[in-house]
Design a protein around this ligand. Sequence first.
Ligand SMILES: C[S@@+](CC[C@H](N)C(=O)[O-])C[C@H]1O[C@@H](n2cnc3c(N)ncnc32)[C@H](O)[C@@H]1O
Ligand SMILES: *[C@@H]1O[C@H](CO)[C@@H](O)[C@H](O)[C@H]1NC(C)=O
Length: 246
Amino acid sequence: MYYLLCTMFLLVGTLTQHGLWSSGASDKNKAMVEQLQRYGVIKSTKVAEVMETIDRGLFVPPGGSPYFDSPMAIGYNATISAPHMHAACLELLEDHLQPGMRALDVGSGTGYLTACFALMVGPEGRAVGVEHIPELVASSTENIKKSAAGPQLSDGSLSIHIADGREGWPELAPYDCIHVGAAAPQIPEALIEQLKPGGRMVIPVGTVFQELKVVDKKLDGTVTVRDETSVRYVPLTSKDAQLQSN
Ligand SMILES: C[S@@+](CC[C@H](N)C(=O)[O-])C[C@H]1O[C@@H](n2cnc3c(N)ncnc32)[C@H](O)[C@@H]1O
Ligand SMILES: *[C@@H]1O[C@H](CO)[C@@H](O)[C@H](O)[C@H]1NC(C)=O
C-alpha cells in the first residue's frame, strides 16, 4: 500500500512537472519558466520574473500549446517563437532593457516579447513593436491588453505600429535595444542607424542557414557583430512575399 502511494505521488509529480496535470494557466507558465531555468537558458532572475508575469498562454491562438517549447503557427505564415528563443533574446538584451530605456521589437507578431520589453523598461521607458500584418497588430494589441503589460498600452509606454520593420521606427529612435523577430538577408542599415551608442541589437541573419547575431554599437559609434547561435526564423521580407511564399 505504502509503495503504491509513493508510486502515485511520483506519477502526479512527473505529470505536473511536464505541465500535463497542473491546474491553472499561471501554474503551467511558471513550470515552463522553471524548466528553462533548469536547462540554463534563463539565468537572470529579472528575465524569469518577467516571463512569469507575462502569461504566454494569452499570446498563443486557441488550439496551440503555449507552454510547449516550440514555435507555433499564428496564421499569415508567421509563428510565435519558441519559449527558449524568447528567453535567450531577453537574456542577451537584459542590460539594454533597464527602466527608462527604449526598446524596438521588429516583427512583433503576437506581441509577447514587446510586452516583456515593456515590463522591463517600465512606464518611464518605451517599448515599440512594428509588424507589417495589420491583423496581427490588432490581435497582438488585444493579447497585450489582457496581460500584465496592458496598462502600458494606455499610458503610452507601449505601442504597436503597422509598418515595414526593415525601416525601423525612426520617430522614437535612437533605441537602447532592438530585437528582430524574423530573419533578414542582411542587417538593415536603418536599424543600425537607429541603435543608440551603447545599445545592442539581436537579429537573425541568413536564408537557409541563419545565425542569431549580436550587434553592439560602442559609445564612439563603432559597430561590432558576433554570432550567438544557429537559428531558424521566418523571413523578414515584404508583406506580399510573406503571404504568397512557402
Ligand atoms: C517569428 S514571427 C513573430 C515573432 C514574435 N517575436 C513573436 O514571438 O510573436 C516574425 C514576425 O515578423 C513579421 N515580419 C516579417 N517581415 C516583416 C517586415 N518587413 N516588417 C514587419 N514585420 C515583419 C511577420 O509577420 C511575423 O509576425
Ligand atoms: C502561406 O504560404 C503558402 C505557400 O506556402 C500560401 O499558399 C498561403 O496562401 C500563405 N498563407 C497565408 C495565410 O497567407
